[in-house]
Design a protein around this ligand. Structure first.
Ligand code: EPZ
Length: 421
């Protein structure tokens, strides 16, 4: 899988419709939440992507019995056969840190690998650990592991996150679901995936107030029940296809199974650039007319412009007439795609947390390399626009978070193939 590469012959017009899959970043915490009950939990609209498959296998290692069939998952953890995540499984994604909260809440003990070094920058977990410690969890940290003990169960807390953290809010929410008493979590992240987890936990019997607000109040239960839950659509996949449809010279593209409001920040940036966007119910259509204007954007916690759509926007802005500026406020190493885009002919200058993109630059295909999940999507988008053939190596990165992107783009008319060597 690690030798997978994607071959693209650029400049094909994209038109037609593409259907958005379920949200990867909802699937990860929600599969972990199945640890909070011994009953069966049934999910619909689960994206078949590598990071979700890793989470599923990690849970199987802990004792979960389950079926992952097309986009439906049935999973049950009647008893735990282990409370430790082997290193090789825990390092490749955020799976291990999202298991910590529910596992220690269920079992009173958990040993997870410290999240692996990540290409996009620091992935700190100090707020996760601080909140769990205040809940009465003893946490021991080694170079590779986090060992958590809660011999007397978890206590409710009134905790304020120092900064917004998506998985931090999800982790403490899951732990609080089994804590004794009423927990208040303040300054919570507002990403829709946190709200979707609230919906799942509520369906499992949790009493939670404040969904989609910065203050979540959770009344802990002795146990939770099974549930059936359909995941929200993936807003980052949605935004990626909206940007793909905005690339030069495309006809009308329809994005289906969408929730346009989830990407309002992107849609207003595209309108500023000069892209024609129409939205209704669960659909978005995009038309490119005339020249693209340069813009200034900075990434922010939701509902601000998402860091997970920064790389893809960088690719689009290589075709704007003038100099655009993107400031990356969330992660401290998330411009690695710029080096690869410059190999295709882009003119991007990175100065610490700011990228200046000088357009309009024609792109010509050559072999480039994906460094991380969203960078790989940005490189594929560049290949769609480049003259000739572009080969994106290390395509495993794309498979981590996008369900069959080559197939979905071929459906729109792209000339793109995934090759497993
Ligand atoms: C989630 O990561 C997403 N992943 C990321 O998507 C996304 O980029 C990120 O949120 C921001 O929106 C999942 O949901 C699985 P954070 P997460 O905790 O939760 C600092 C993708 O491409 N921080 O919100 O790990 C941290 O260092 C991925 O799908 C602390 O300082 O991100 C970072 O600078 C990439 N202490 C910032 O906060 C903490 O305890 C945001 O991190 C936690 C975080």
């Amino acid at each position: 899988m690690n030798n997978a590469k994607i071959v693209i012959h650029g400049k094909q017009k994209l038109c037609g419709s593409v259907r958005i899959s379920g949200a990867k970043n909802a699937a990860l915490p929600e599969l972990a939440a199945s640890l909070l009950t011994a009953d069966e939990v049934h999910f619909q609209s689960v994206p078949q992507v590598e990071d979700v498959k890793v989470m599923f296998h990690v849970l199987e290692n802990l004792g979960a019995q389950g079926i992952f069939n097309a986009d439906a998952v049935t999973i049950q953890v009647p008893t735990l056969k282990s409370a430790e995540i082997p290193n090789e499984l825990g390092k490749t994604s955020r799976a291990s840190i999202l298991i910590l909260g529910p596992l220690v809440a269920r079992n009173g003990y958990a040993k997870v690998s410290r999240p692996g070094g990540c290409a996009i920058g620091d992935r700190k977990i100090d707020f996760h650990l601080q909140g769990l410690r205040e809940m009465g969890v003893t946490i021991r940290e080694t170079a590779d592991h986090i060992i958590a003990n809660a011999d007397n169960g978890l206590q409710a807390i009134d905790y304020t996150f120092p900064n917004k953290t998506v998985t931090g809010a999800e982790n403490l929410l899951m732990a609080a679901a089994l804590a004794q008493g009423q927990t208040i979590l303040r300054n919570c992240a507002l990403e829709p995936e946190v709200g979707d987890l609230v919906d799942l936990l509520t369906a499992m019997g949790s009493h939670i107030h404040g969904k989609n607000t910065e203050t979540l109040t959770i009344t802990g239960q002795n146990r939770l029940n099974g549930a059936r839950h359909t995941l929200i659509p993936d807003r980052i996949e949605m935004g990626t296809y909206v940007i793909a449809a905005s690339l030069r010279g495309n006809n009308e593209v329809m994005i289906e199974n969408a929730i346009p409001e989830y990407i309002d920040s992107l849609l207003s940036v595209l309108t500023e650039i000069g892209i024609e966007v129409s939205t209704w119910d669960d659909k978005i259509t995009v038309r490119t007319r005339g020249p693209l204007c340069p813009v200034e954007v900075e990434t922010l916690p939701y509902p601000g412009y998402p860091t997970d759509l920064q790389a893809q926007l960088t690719t689009l802005l290589t075709q704007a007439d003038g100099v655009s500026k993107i400031k990356e406020n969330i992660f401290n190493n998330r411009f690695q795609h710029a080096v690869e885009l410059n190999k295709l002919g882009a003119s991007i200058q990175v100065d610490r947390d700011v990228a200046f993109i000088k357009g309009k630059t024609p792109l010509s295909g050559r072999t480039i390399r994906a460094t991380d999940l969203r960078a790989s999507a940005a490189l594929v988008l560049a290949g769609l626009m480049a003259e000739g053939q572009t080969v994106v190596e290390n395509a495993y990165q794309l498979l981590r978070g996008y369900e069959d992107m080559p197939g979905k783009l071929r459906q729109l008319g792209a000339n793109i193939t995934l090759i497993h060597e």
